[in-house]
Design a protein around this ligand. Sequence first.
Ligand SMILES: Cc1ncc(C[n+]2csc(CCOP(=O)(O)OP(=O)(O)O)c2C)c(N)n1
Ligand SMILES: [Mg+2]
Length: 429
Amino acid sequence: MALLGRFLSPRITKIIGSQARQLSTSSSRQNVDRPQFPGSRSEYSTKLEFIKPDDFKGIPVYRVMNAKGEILPGGLDPKLDKETVQKMYHSMTLLNTMDRILYESQRQGRISFYMTNYGEEGTHIGSAAACDPQDVVFGQYREAGVMMWRGFTLDQFMNQCYGNCEDIGKGRQMPVHYGSKDLNFVTISSTLATQMPQAAGSAYALKRAGKKLCVICYFGEGAASEGDAHAAFNFAATLECPIIFFCRNNGYAISTPTSDQYRGDGIASRGAGYGMDTIRVDGNDVFGVYNATKAAREMCVKEMRPVLIEAMTYRIGHHSTSDDSSTYRKKGEIMSWDDQSPIHRLRNYMENQGWWSDEQESAWKEKSKKKVMEAFARAEKRKKPNPEMLFTDVYDEMPPRIQKQMEFMKSHCTQFKEHYPFDDHVPMT
Ligand SMILES: Cc1ncc(C[n+]2csc(CCOP(=O)(O)OP(=O)(O)O)c2C)c(N)n1
Ligand SMILES: [Mg+2]
């Protein structure tokens, strides 16, 4: 070093000196013999030992309220005001009523398809209430309650399911593929897990734009087996994106129970592997979900990093109207979960507070059913979209080849109009 110093400027000597000191500290670190491999943070061991998943206790399920609607000792009551709690209850029960009517309407052949949300109302409303309305939502398909909380109206739900001319998506999507730019809810794409890398990218964009907002990305435990889920987790973790990955673990991916889906401790156990803070929560405890999401949001927005929430719940309904769950699960199993319904729990809480009574319940039941039936009747009466809508909105200006196809469709349908009953459609131009 002294010899080198004679040939180098004092500044360079100083830099080399500090590097030499660093080297000697790292070699003294080497003396304690810590692994220096890039990509891990651990110690050496001479024990030939495999990590056994069963050696770990399962990840606990965070909850604050029991089935009787009582706040547990040590549990944090978020102390939401009466209006907010009643709004939560109204949304959860209105969602139930809407589900019943739209499910029946599919059975009667009035709409082509439907998916109910029974049993999962607590995950929707608890998480939606804890987010900022400007936070961007990416859903899977079973998150109608989140939209309802944000203000998607019964008419908007019904118009989408009927694919009528008032549908925001202009009747181009299957029922339940909702979306709303106004409500920052990205349109559903039910090809499993496609929303997840998109959500990570969107969170990265929010970060780059310096927004104090986050993305909340919902997905089922079944979708978590898709490659896209892993890509999304890793992108979000390495790029430190403000995103809440919200897993609705409802026990099934159509007919496949969780016992056949994975061998680890649910989805939460994967979070730490990606370097994400993670919590597992009782999805049937709306306040537990609220507290967990609120804390997760704060971490995302303040510290700019992703968080994983696994909300444990149960899918009470069939997967969709294309499924009959009686072929793969017992009625008793469903009944036992019905007793743990997030709706009953919240109602008990409200009654304990003196905020709800049997009279209020029956008045609300009647009122909410009427609201749903009226929206349903309005949606059914509306005309179907103009068939020309099939060709619009992909390009800002319609290219000549698409124009040609549209003209062909119009003349074909006019020539063979007896085969194309367009009377209940908005007329073509
Ligand atoms: C890529 C892809 N594969 C398969 C399907 C068919 N599919 C639709 S929903 C579903 C199960 C998803 O289960 P989960 O993610 O747990 O959500 P849940 O329906 O329970 O809410 C499957 C396999 C699909 N939509 N996309
Ligand atoms: Mg599932």
